[in-house]
Design a protein around this ligand. Structure first.
Ligand code: NAD
Ligand code: ADE
Length: 504
């Protein structure tokens, strides 16, 4: 069956929303003040997003994305609103969801919906609402058609299509009772409802419409690479994360800005002088450490990789294990992209009112499921302080005030703290990331057929172009190579200036 707007069917789980909805958008509010705020902030952001403005100017009147139907699953922030506006200015049709239940800025969603875009996103979605939103933006296109490109952050939209199709081809019914997590149960329920209302070939017929995906983040790229290695990736993927002007800027300098912003907005605790553990010293960990050190926190790190551990040591950081930190540390930040980094047992051993947060993509770096299990057993109580800030009070420990139970303060329920408790990276940083995204979408739209179903990065010449587009904003003046110098170091005067494996 086509993905055409369907007659109203059953509602999805506890959302009260039709499984397939013909709503033009679903956002928190289109109140005039909120819409105005969104439009004004986009106007301000534009001035800080020279890469996207340059692409709009370069392609004015050319519409290189005409015919592209892009389903976006990426934090619905003000910066993303500028990305969406740019994709549309270049000719694309766009439908959007956020890739995180807490990251939507409601005024950004209001701006986008007010511009007539089918956007399904609001701050504080439930998991059921989140997957409902993803299903709508993927499948419910105004004219009954389907998207031909995905712009993903973390891989959820890409995963839904792949798993839906795989279960159909295997002749297996999605079974939420076999899920390994609460979220997986919602995904499987969503697929089960689709199966029961749309039959056995919905995703099998849907997937061939898709010609490619561009992926924003480390964790999403990892998921794509696993599929490519297993030979199960259904379309070509462009790895935007590993453009140098993305991961060496957004992941590092973006987190340098947005980590302490989030901790301060959430808690107002003094960061200076506090013993803080950053788990993972990759790109995000490096930015996080800079962020905390900028406030004069006493930072240590954990690592599994001897090279990253050596880098940390050379920067004067103690490389320790989490067990070393437990009795004395005031703050913990996970940045590994791995799971089970801070367990419920670790939190039992933490100091009273230690702050625990995560800046990696998913919610399993901190063992929220383990804490919930303890809550079910009556061993810990959750006390909401304000949205995205909760005290978890352990009832059976004795190192809290007056020898009673101690608490830990968990931010954004273990999900991306910088987007849950603050507004993510600033516009100028996101401009570089999103300029890569637009270039990747143009490349896929125009040339997807010449790619294999593998994961590739954009050529270095485009990476350098993205950097060029942002230099003027800083008043930077490049030195121009002479022909003689260029030939001496064996590069072209116009670049690229480094071999592809150069590490920056
Ligand atoms: P990365 O691979 O550069 O760094 C991760 C580091 O964690 C690596 O050095 C790895 O050795 C280390 N690590 C893995 N398991 C560990 C463990 N058990 N204990 C200690 N260290 C461990 O990845 P990255 O680009 O820094 O991304 C990290 C996460 O942040 C990913 O999930 C990514 O998607 C996400 N991300 C978030 C934002 C944001 O705005 N919050 C921005 C970019 C990326
Ligand atoms: N990732 C980190 N910061 C972001 C932002 N401001 N907008 C979209 N994605 C982001």
């Amino acid at each position: 069956m086509s993905a055409a707007l369907a007659p109203k069917s059953r509602t999805f789980m506890n959302t009260g929303l039709p499984l397939f909805s013909d709503l033009p958008h679903k956002v928190a509010s289109l109140d005039a003040d909120l819409v105005r705020f969104g439009h004004k902030e986009v106007e301000l952001a534009l001035h800080e997003m020279p890469g996207l403005v340059a692409l709009q100017e370069e392609y004015a009147g050319q519409k290189p994305l005409a015919g592209a139907r892009i389903m976006g699953s990426l934090h619905m922030t003000i910066q993303t609103a500028v990305l969406i506006d740019t994709l549309i200015a270049l000719g694309a049709e766009v439908q959007w969801v956020s890739c995180n239940i807490f990251s939507t800025q409601d005024h950004a969603a209001a701006h986008t919906a007010d511009n007539g875009v089918r956007v399904f996103a609001w701050k504080g979605e439930t998991l059921e609402e989140y997957w409902w939103c993803t299903l709508q933006a993927l499948t419910m296109w105004k004219d009954g058609g389907a998207p031909n490109l995905i712009l993903d952050d973390g891989g959820d939209a890409t995963m839904l299509v792949h798993i839906g199709r795989e279960l159909e081809l295997a002749g297996e019914l999605p079974d939420p009772t076999k899920a390994g997590s609460e979220e997986e149960a919602v995904v499987l329920q969503c697929l089960l409802d689709v199966r029961e209302t749309r039959g056995n070939e919905f995703w099998t017929q849907f997937a061939p419409n898709l010609r490619g995906v561009s992926e924003e983040t480390t964790t999403g790229v990892h998921r794509l690479q696993q599929r490519a290695d297993a030979g199960t990736l259904l379309f070509p993927a462009i790895n935007v994360n590993d453009s140098v002007t993305k991961s060496k800027f957004d992941n590092v300098y973006g987190c340098r800005h947005s980590l302490v912003d989030a901790i301060m907005r959430a808690t107002d605790f003094l960061i200076s002088g506090k013993r803080t553990l950053v788990c993972g010293f990759g790109d995000v960990g490096k930015g996080s450490v800079q962020s905390l050190r900028g406030q004069q926190a006493k930072v240590s790190v954990t690592e599994i990789d001897p090279i990253c551990a050596l880098q940390a040591s050379m920067q004067g950081l103690d490389v320790i294990t989490i067990e070393d930190a437990l009795p004395t540390f005031d703050m913990y930040v996970t940045a590994t992209g791995n799971k089970g980094i801070i367990t419920a047992k670790h939190m039992v051993g933490m100091k009273h009112n230690a702050i625990v947060c995560n800046i990696g993509h998913f919610d399993n770096e901190i063992d929220m499921a383990g804490l919930e299990e303890m809550r079910g057993l009556g061993e810990v109580e959750k006390i909401d302080i304000k949205p995205q800030v909760a005290e978890w009070r352990f009832k059976n420990t004795t190192h809290g005030p007056g020898g009673r139970g101690h608490s830990v303060i968990i931010l954004a329920e273990g999900r991306l703290v910088n987007l849950g408790c603050a507004t993510g990276h600033p516009s100028l940083v996101m401009s570089a990331s999103f300029t890569n995204q637009v270039l990747a979408q143009i490349e896929l739209h125009q040339n997807a057929d010449s790619y294999e179903n593998k994961v590739t990065v954009l050529p270095k010449v485009l990476d350098e172009k993205v950097a060029h587009l942002h230099l003027q904003k800083f008043g930077a003046k490049l030195t121009v190579l002479s022909e003689e110098q260029a030939s001496y170091i064996d590069v072209d005067v116009a670049g690229p200036y480094k071999p592809t494996n150069y590490r920056y």
